[in-house]
Write a protein that binds this ligand. Structure first.
Ligand SMILES: [Zn+2]
Length: 252
């Protein structure tokens, strides 16, 4: 288990932040990105795959940089990379740094190029794999929340993060009741503020989705500051709690 403790030991003092979702393989210099984030107190980083290419790149970065990765075929690649679902099992078994399956899910906005029946098939097969391997899943869901929740429950998935959760506060309460985590991105809208207010801190994690949305994993600190302000709790507590939530979900 030694390799898995590396990234925590690097945090010397103060609050430890966690980025629940970024794409390290999309940075020009992933090693420098991780080093800078650690200097600012971001101790746990989950880098997400989503295509066959992203999965292999993140798997090797996770080993090399001592961070964690999830691998999976997301809705955007469900048509092109559907055969690569078969690679997931081998990738997961190849490294203890690969801690989940993701990002996977259903996306109504890409249904033109990725027919919904294909998306459902690819998502469903990966939920099955998650159940067989006892792995958590990182969900990408746009406009398909009811269907996604139904498929999660049919596959008896108990550990899931809703990355970049885009539902409203009632849907967030519903997701939290099922024991799933809601991930808050650095795009704070009125709706997200209501979600932060409505949902207990034990169901919230924070992410940057960098470099796509946030600039670096360290942008997670700004998200924690907003959560702290809205909930009226110290920043340290938000950092500690969101980190604890991630570790509990991924068994890390
Ligand atoms: Zn993402």
């Amino acid at each position: 288990m030694q390799s898995l403790t590396i990234e925590r030991q690097k945090i010397e003092a103060g609050a430890e932040f966690s980025d629940a979702h970024c794409h390290l393989n999309l940075f020009d210099d992933p090693a420098e990105t991780v080093e800078n984030a650690r200097k600012r107190g971001v101790g746990t980083i989950i880098s997400a795959g989503g295509s066959a290419k992203d999965n292999f790149e993140n798997a090797s970065l996770a080993e090399k940089l001592g961070i964690f990765a999830v691998v999976g075929i997301g809705p955007d690649f469900s048509a092109k990379d559907s055969a690569s679902v078969l690679e997931i099992d081998g990738l997961i078994k190849s490294s203890r740094h690969i801690v989940g399956i993701g990002e996977i899910g259903l996306d109504a906005k890409v249904a033109d190029s990725n027919r919904m029946d294909v998306q459902r098939d690819v998502f469903g097969r990966q939920l099955q794999a998650a159940r067989d391997l006892d792995m958590p899943v990182v969900i990408h869901c746009r406009g398909m929340l009811d269907d996604t929740l139904r498929m999660l429950s049919e596959a008896q998935i108990r550990r899931a993060i809703f990355h970049f959760f885009e539902g409203d506060e009632n849907q967030a309460i519903d997701v939290a009741k099922k024991g799933y985590l809601i991930s808050v991105p650095p795009a704070i809208t009125g709706k997200r503020k209501r979600i932060i207010n409505a949902v207990d801190l034990s169901s919230i994690v924070v992410e940057t989705d960098s470099p796509v949305v946030g600039k670096t994993p360290a942008d997670v600190i700004g998200v924690c500051e907003i959560v702290a302000r809205l909930k009226g709790v110290p920043l340290d507590e938000v950092a500690a709690k969101t980190t604890e939530n991630i570790r509990r979900l991924f068994y890390i």
